[in-house]
Structure formats: structure tokens, C-alpha cells
Design a protein around this ligand. Structure first.
Ligand code: UD1
Ligand code: CA
Length: 459
């Protein structure tokens, strides 16, 4: 029975979450950029269950369209009549010989390790309950034990007497039990309690009555079993989660200016001796090579930042590759498909999209580079614009090695600038600029001699 080969997991996610005051179903609210339910599913999947079931209710269609991946068995609970009733909806699908693990869709940080320990204890004669001691147990179901400290029952806060309310060991709601037994107990549930609900917690006394011992185990920290009912609790758990990630990063050799001011919404892979200044946000999959430095207030998503790169403050970088030892910012925007070969300088108010920037090329000020293949050693003057869009289609610009554009040039694509070519300041380039030559489109400078400034009419 022990082990996970016969495991069915049921995740309860039908609750309304009315305290969120939201059109979004509670389990879709994000923690670290990922819906609460996805966190639970991720921990659940690591146990390789035979069945993974989600009991849904409020906003079910929305939940299914965001989460569905084909591996989940969905069961609707049309009316929320309690946790016992919720499990009843799923249980007919589950074979008697299975071990059933109950999880909550709004308890996102439960760890796989804690669940492995819990499931281990399920046998023909034992069921397993995850409990925790809380300084303030108000609101939770209390664990009632006998003189020999054996679990006897769970009493809900609203049904508890004064003595029971003193108990500080509470029910996390997470439990594991053999399916056949669970089925028989669920069939006996009654709703004659303070809330008029079918409580899953009533199966504990039934188990004891049937000679099944209820053994307990505990999570490694309280936050693992913290449920989300309000936006305040969500924010609290987010800060806990981010702090834990920050500590992991520091342990891996990353310096953080302030471990309370970094947000990782996804997966951050790091090398050694990295420095990250305050208020940096990472999203999706980001990797940082050795000796990378990231300035304050940068937003970096789904990008690869190679060794020795320096990102100065206030940069937005999305789906980009920043090659070795490049320097980017302050105030640079790298949009999807910006590939910097390395050794580049990208400066303030520069936007780069869908472009390859060769080794050592510099784009230092006030510039838009889109749909461009740029060679190495190129220097782009301040205010250079690739006019890549004709109103209907996008066109490419090719800038060969060691070319240089003067300030305020417009490169009207499709266009090519040859190797080593120089473009004069203020040029509107509409035809290919030949290699090695100076090309300009500006009219020759002239001076009108004897010209007088107009003066104000005196009336
Ligand atoms: C439940 C437990 C309580 C425990 C607490 C831990 C019961 C009777 N009580 O109380 O002992 O200390 O959790 O947080 O089990 N749900 C459904 N359908 C329903 C009702 C609930 O899917 O009809 C889901 C909710 O979405 C939620 C979970 O079950 O994910 C727990 O429901 P909730 O109403 O929060 O239970 P509590 O009353 O807090
Ligand atoms: Ca609750």
C-alpha cells in the first residue's frame, strides 16, 4: 500500500473565494506569476499519481481553460456543500485499492517532500493526517487526542467547545487514506453541524471507530500549509516565497543588494559572483552567467544574459540574448528577438527588436533598431532609426561590419549598408550605401549672405 504506485490525488478547488472580491476564481490568482492551482499541481505531479483529479465549482470553465493539459480528471461540484461532499464527487472514479491523497487548490506551497512522508504512513490499518501546531489556531479544525495521545477526531472551530478551542494542533486539511475505506466513510457523512456541511473531517472519528489508527506528520514550515482566503494572505505568502528564493540565490553565490526587493516569477538560473541591485523582477526562464551585474529596477523575462554582462538601471529585456561582456542601459529596451553577440554597448533610450547585433557593435543613444542584421564593429549614431515598416509589411536592414551611421539617420528598409560604409548625419537612406564610401542625402550647406532676421512691426 505504501509508496506512490497506487496513488490517486484529489485537489479540492470548488470553493468560492468570496473574500478575494474578484471575478477571477481564487485558484487562478497568481503566486510568483503562476496560478495557485498550478503550484499544487506541480507538487502533486512529482508524486507520479495514477490519477490526478481536480474538484472544481466556481468559475470552472475559466479554471479549466487556463489549467487544462489533458492529464487532469475534472469533476464538478455543482453546489459547495462541504469538503466531504467535494471528495464524494471525485471518489467514484477511484479504485478501492488506491491510496487517496487530498490536497487543497488554495494551499499552494505544499512540498513534495512533506507529501512523500505523509503517504508513506498509509497502510491497511493506518491513515495519515498532516497537522501543525499554531500560535493562533482560531478558525481551524482542532486535532482531538486521547490520554495516550492517539488522534480521536477533528472538531471544527465553529463546533468546538471552549476546552477544544484551547488545542493548538490544527488540521491542515491534507490527508491520505486507502480509497475503499474512504468511500465507506464518505457514505456515512451527515451535515448536522454548525455550518450544515458535509465535513471531510468527520471521517477521522469513523476511522478510529473502525480500528484504523490516524497517524500524523508535519510540514517543514507553517507556510507550506497556509491557505489563501484573501489578497492580504496572498501578498504575505508571495513575500515569504520570494524571500525563500532570494536566500537560495545567495546560497548559490549571488549577491543581492536587498533580499527583500527581488521578485522571481519563474525559473532563474545563475552562475557565480553575480550582483543584483534592488527592485529587479525576473519572469519566465532567465539565465545569468558568471559575474553578471544587474542595476536597479530592471525587468527581465525569458532571456539569456551571458557572463560578464552589465545591465545598468531601468532596462526592460524580453526574449533576448545578451552576449558576453555587453553593457546595456540605463533605460534600454531589448524586445523579442534582440540577439547581442557580445561586447556591445547599448545605451539610453535605445529599442532593439528582432535583430542580430554583431560582436562589439555599439548603439548608444536614442535609437530604434528593428528587423536588422548588423555585423561586428558597427557604430550607430545617436537618433538612428530603421524604418522597417511600410504600413503593411516589415522589411530587413542589413548593416555590414565596421559600418557607421551619423546622428539622426533614417534607414528605409529593405536596405543595405556595405562593409565599412559611413552614413552622414541626417541622412534618409533609401538606396544601398556602398562599402567603404561616405553616403549622404542632405543638401549642401549654404549661407545666404546679408540675410536679416525679421523684426517686430512697430505700430
Ligand atoms: C477546512 C477543514 C478544517 C481545516 C481547514 C484548513 C473541513 C470541514 N474543515 O476548513 O478542519 O482546519 O480546512 O484550512 O474540512 N472546498 C470545496 N468544496 C466545498 C467546500 C470546500 O471544493 O464544498 C474546498 C475549498 O475550495 C478549499 C478547501 O476545500 O480549497 C477547504 O475549504 P474551506 O471552506 O476553506 O474549509 P475550512 O472551513 O477553512
Ligand atoms: Ca479555509
Amino acid at each position: 500500500m505504501s509508496g506512490t504506485s497506487h496513488l490517486s490525488i484529489v485537489i479540492l478547488a470548488a470553493g468560492q473565494g468570496s473574500r478575494m472580491k474578484s471575478a477571477l476564481p481564487k485558484v487562478l490568482h497568481p503566486l510568483a506569476g503562476k496560478p495557485l492551482l498550478q503550484h499544487v499541481l506541480a507538487s502533486a505531479r512529482q508524486l507520479s499519481p495514477k490519477e490526478l483529479m481536480v474538484v472544481y465549482g466556481h468559475g470552472g470553465d475559466q479554471v479549466r481553460s487556463v489549467i487544462d493539459d489533458g492529464s487532469i480528471l475534472w469533476t464538478e461540484q455543482k453546489e459547495q456543500k462541504g469538503t466531504g461532499h467535494a471528495v464524494q464527487q471525485a471518489i467514484p472514479e477511484i479504485g478501492d485499492d488506491r491510496c487517496v491523497l487530498i490536497l487543497y487548490g488554495d494551499v499552494p506551497l505544499i512540498s513534495t517532500a512533506t507529501l512523500v512522508e505523509l503517504i508513506k504512513q498509509v497502510t491497511e490499518t493506518q491513515m495519515a493526517l498532516l497537522t501543525v501546531h499554531l500560535e493562533n489556531p482560531t478558525g481551524y479544525g482542532r486535532i482531538v487526542r486521547d490520554n495516550h495521545s492517539k488522534v480521536q477526531s477533528i472538531v471544527e472551530d465553529k463546533d468546538a467547545n471552549d476546552g477544544q478551542r484551547e488545542i493548538d494542533e490544527i488540521n491542515t486539511g491534507i490527508l491520505a487514506v486507502q480509497a475503499g475505506k474512504l468511500k465507506s466513510w464518505l457514505g456515512q457523512l451527515k451535515n448536522n453541524n454548525a455550518q450544515g456541511e458535509y465535513y471531510l473531517t468527520d471521517i477521522i472519528a469513523m476511522a478510529v471507530n473502525d480500528g484504523i489508527e490516524v497517524v500524523t506528520s508535519h510540514p517543514s514550515c507553517e507556510e507550506e500549509v497556509m491557505g489563501i482566503n484573501s489578497r492580504g494572505q496572498l501578498a504575505e505568502l508571495e513575500r515569504f516565497y520570494q524571500r525563500r528564493q532570494a536566500e537560495k540565490l545567495m546560497a548559490e553565490g549571488v549577491s543581492l543588494a536587498d533580499p527583500n526587493r527581488i521578485d522571481i516569477r519563474g525559473k532563474l538560473t545563475v552562475g557565480r559572483d553575480i550582483f543584483i541591485d534592488a527592485n529587479v523582477i525576473f519572469e519566465g526562464e532567465v539565465s545569468l552567467g558568471d559575474n553578471v551585474r544587474i542595476g536597479a529596477n530592471c525587468h527581465i523575462s525569458n532571456s539569456k544574459i551571458e557572463a560578464g554582462v552589465e545591465i545598468l538601471p531601468m532596462c526592460v529585456i524580453e526574449n533576448a540574448l545578451v552576449g558576453k561582456a555587453a553593457r546595456v542601459g540605463p533605460f534600454s529596451r531589448l524586445r523579442p528577438g534582440a540577439n547581442l553577440a557580445g561586447g556591445n554597448h547599448i545605451g539610453n533610450f535605445v529599442e532593439i527588436k528582432n535583430s542580430n547585433i554583431g560582436q562589439g557593435s555599439k548603439v548608444n543613444h536614442l535609437t530604434y533598431i528593428g528587423d536588422t542584421d548588423m555585423g561586428s564593429g558597427v557604430n550607430i549614431g545617436a537618433g538612428t532609426i530603421t524604418a522597417n515598416y511600410d504600413g503593411a509589411n516589415k522589411h530587413r536592414t542589413i548593416i555590414e561590419d565596421n559600418a557607421s551611421t551619423g546622428s539622426n539617420s533614417v534607414l528605409v528598409a529593405p536596405i543595405k549598408i556595405g562593409r565599412g560604409a559611413t552614413i552622414g548625419a541626417g541622412t534618409v537612406l533609401r538606396k544601398e550605401a556602398p562599402a567603404g564610401e561616405l553616403t549622404l542625402s542632405v543638401v549642401k550647406q549654404k549661407t545666404i549672405e546679408g540675410w536679416k532676421r525679421p523684426t517686430k512691426n512697430r505700430t
